[in-house]
Design a protein around this ligand. Structure first.
Ligand code: NAD
Length: 436
């Protein structure tokens, strides 16, 4: 099938390449010339495991191309919208400028019978509004929210755990859902749940999923706060409650909290939208979820300050991690970088290292020092702060080896990912999050 994908960021570039990899003919469109130039040369513009390979294959096969001109979307049967929906500059709601611009630019190129499939995460009610814009062209709007996880995006796009299609009522909707089933044929054929809903439900499925995940993380971080004043160990608590199948252990990792380009802005936008709908009280708890999350960043910084005897001024601190999570170079609202910036603000000499995210981190925070080589970043540090649980830190960091590089023996494990016993045995003062 011929497809277009408008917006080629973390979602769109992966979607375009993944759709080409399952046999479709795809054009990816973005207003960012640098991104499109890189993609057209077959170079992934960001780090995402597996993307480079399917990008190269797609371009070599001739099934995948990129353009900055929306007119090149003409002739495609399905047009995916994957542009950004960031937090508004002056509020908590989602900024829909890019979605509106992308759909408006597409309108003159739509034919009757085409499908416009929104993938961006939008406030409930957006699809119904956009459907009215699209209607005069004879095309049908569907909302097909995306659940990919950065770091697993290629796999999640090709083999998702579920597909959701919000469609208009009646035959038109059934027809559109049928076309989407064809687009996702390999996943549908292997029995992946394909859930057809109305627009509002599809939009809400996405924000509800993110709200639930954020709440689960903040729940365990709230327990970490209580553990900190009682001497309990939140990691044991998480293991113990996680054995209850109704609760489950996943997403119960207490630490410095969530970040990235989705969870923080999505829960804020959800709360703002609920407020507009007169139902603010229904999701008021999301503000608490947000507040707990942000307090953990402060806590990690405070542990470093405490560990260094009350001040970090003039002290060298090695910060291990800049990406908001491992297997990604995404630093949007990264708790790791936030902690590094706060320590820098307190007068510390902060050295940040990360296997993939240094280039992005430097663009956002040029005031920090970046050293790509981990051991060089650790050299002469008075304290070590681990804030992204890359395998390079979680598994491969040997306390005795680190002792041979650093001048201090204070380690703050912002992700509870190190072996506390081993670090203490090697002479370190170890601080975890919510652990004695
Ligand atoms: P991103 O910032 O990486 O990419 C957005 C892209 O859209 C950019 O490349 C930008 O240049 C482009 N763009 C903006 N306006 C455009 C226009 N008018 N025409 C063409 N291109 C335009 O953002 P992202 O992380 O890919 O997220 C995109 C959407 O997907 C958001 O709504 C996000 O919430 C949602 N989402 C993201 C993820 C994720 O893990 N990144 C997962 C699920 C859903």
């Amino acid at each position: 099938m011929r497809l277009s994908v408008i917006g080629c960021g973390y979602l769109g570039a992966v979607h375009a390449a993944a759709m080409a990899s399952i046999g479709h003919e795809v054009v990816g469109i973005d207003v960012d010339t640098h991104k499109i130039d890189a993609l057209s040369r077959g170079e992934a513009p960001f780090f995402e495991p597996g993307l480079q390979q399917i990008l190269t294959e797609g371009i070599t096969s001739g099934r995948l191309r990129f353009s900055t001109d929306t007119a090149d979307a003409a002739g495609a049967t399905v047009h995916f919208i994957g542009v950004g929906t960031p937090q508004q500059a002056g509020g908590y709601g989602a900024d829909l400028t890019y979605v509106d611009a992308a759909v408006s630019a597409l309108l003159p190129h739509l034919r009757s019978g085409d499908i416009v499939a929104g993938k961006s995460t939008v406030p409930v009610g957006t699809a119904a509004r956009l459907a009215e814009l699209v209607a005069p062209t004879g095309a049908t709007l569907v909302w097909n929210p995306e659940f990919l996880r950065e770091g697993w995006a290629v796999q999640d796009t090709i083999d998702p755990d579920r597909l959701v299609a919000g469609v208009p009522a009646g035959e038109r909707g059934e027809h559109a859902a049928g076309i989407l089933r064809e687009v996702y044929h390999p996943a549908v054929a292997k029995g992946t749940p394909f859930i057809v809903t109305d627009y509002a439900t599809a939009e809400l499925v996405k924000v509800a999923a993110n709200a639930f995940l954020a709440t689960k993380i903040s729940f365990i971080n709230a327990m970490a706060e209580i553990a900190e004043v009682t001497g309990a160990d939140v990691t044991q608590l998480a293991d113990a409650i996680g054995h209850d199948a109704r609760i489950g252990r996943r997403f119960l990792g207490a630490g410095i909290g969530f970040g990235g380009g989705c969870l923080p802005k999505d829960i804020r936008a959800f709360a703002a939208r609920a407020e507009e709908l007169g139902r603010g009280e229904s999701v008021n708890f999301l503000r608490e979820v947000d507040a707990i999350n942000l307090r953990r960043r402060e806590r990690a910084v405070q542990l470093v300050v405490d560990g260094l005897g009350g001040t970090v001024y003039g002290k060298r601190i090695a910060v291990l991690g800049a990406a908001f999570k491992p297997h990604s170079d995404d630093v949007r609202d990264s708790p790791a970088l936030d902690a590094a910036v706060r320590l820098h603000g307190l007068g510390a000499d902060v050295v940040v290292t990360d296997p993939q995210a240094i280039e992005n981190a430097r663009r956002f925070h040029p005031q920090l020092t970046y050293i790509a080589e981990r051991d060089e970043a650790l050299r002469d540090a008075h304290a070590v702060l681990v804030v992204t649980e890359w395998d390079e830190y979680r598994r491969e960091l040997d306390a005795s080896h680190v002792s041979s590089l650093t001048s201090g023996r204070v380690v703050v494990d912002g992700r509870n990912c190190l072996d506390a016993v081993a670090w203490r045995a090697a002479g370190w003062t170890y601080y975890g999050m919510g652990r004695p």
